[in-house]
Design a protein around this ligand. Structure first.
Ligand code: GLP
Length: 301
């Protein structure tokens, strides 16, 4: 609907969108302030493919790093963020995206695996991201799976996140059982970095990353759900039919420790970026697409 002022021929401010009135802009600004104070937002973004979703996530991260070169990034492992990491590496190589001042914290690591073990998350991060960008090795953090004092290691991990000023943006994948990090179903929604025991399902899901016949560890160190909820922004990526059920439970089901990703409804700024296959069990896809396609300009940054 056009504004009364515009239809009466009054000049419009050049920065107003074609359908915006001053009142709408005022309301938008007000809600922006309110959002920052108290709103909890879970934005569901459905992309045509895994590649498109990875590119969008990479753009969001690049925009943060350009705006805040000393950004603190929370990183994830698994097959899900591989396309995103490839794109960040390309942006570094071809567009000069600079990670020199960035700091990173990984979500988790297997207990008992040395950093050189091919299935360790230390190895994964080195091979798939760190060696392709210019992040300073001293600025990267991954829980120490060989620690002799795991509670102290976990406490120190939380302390170093705090000392870095907190995590600006956390990347997450999702387990087929709805876990985030390695917070398996029934994890406390207030949990902090700690040791966890993996479920047989997660061990089976992650077996392909291990050599044939090699046992997947039973124990891991993982940031807690409470730790993740304290990050300033979350990008949860979910791809493929295998994740569709967990994502539907997390997005449209009740918030429950049985679906750890559902805790993101309590996150102040969570974006869930899916490909079409991962969105197949959602009921409100038309609405999510409509919202994304009609975002007000001020929300697009
Ligand atoms: C592991 C990781 C999670 C990851 C999940 C999904 O459990 N700890 O951070 O999200 O695997 O893995 P994939 O992306 O390979 O499906």
């Amino acid at each position: 609907m056009h504004s009364g002022a515009a239809s009466q021929g009054h000049p419009r401010a050049s920065w107003l969108g074609p359908r915006q009135t001053m009142l709408e802009v005022f309301i938008a600004l007000l809600s922006c302030v309110v959002c920052r104070i108290c709103a909890f937002v879970m934005e569901v973004i459905i992309q045509p493919s895994q590649e498109a979703a990875s590119l969008l996530a990479a753009k969001m991260i690049a925009s943060l790093v350009r705006r805040k070169p000393a950004a603190v990034l929370g990183l994830a492992t698994g097959s899900t963020p591989l396309g995103l990491y490839r794109e960040l590496a390309r942006m570094h190589r071809e567009e000069g995206l600079d990670f020199q001042r960035a700091t990173t914290f990984n979500l988790d690591e297997y207990v008992g695996l040395a950093p050189g073990h091919p299935a360790s998350y230390h190895h994964f991060m080195r091979e798939n991201l760190f060696r392709h960008i210019n992040v300073a090795p001293g600025n990267t953090h991954i829980p120490d799976g060989l620690s002799c004092d795991i509670p102290a290691t976990c406490e120190a991990y939380e302390a170093s996140i705090r000392a870095a000023g907190g995590i600006d943006l956390q990347i997450l994948g999702i387990g087929s059982d709805g876990h985030i990090g390695f917070n398996e179903p029934a994890s406390s929604l207030a949990s902090r970095t700690r040791i966890k025991t993996l479920t047989p399902r997660t061990r089976a899901d992650n077996a392909p990353f291990f050599a044939q016949g090699e046992e997947v560890p039973h124990h891991v160190i993982t940031m807690g759900i409470g730790t993740i909820l304290e990050t300033r922004q979350v990008l949860l990526l979910g791809f493929g039919l295998k994740k569709a059920e967990a994502l539907a439970a997390a997005i449209e089901g009740p918030v429950s420790p049985m679906v750890p990703a559902s805790a993101l409804h309590f996150h102040p700024r969570a974006h869930v970026i899916l490909d079409e296959a991962a969105a197949t069990r959602l009921e409100r896809t038309d609405y999510y697409r409509h919202v994304f396609d009609n975002k007000p300009v001020w929300q697009k940054q």
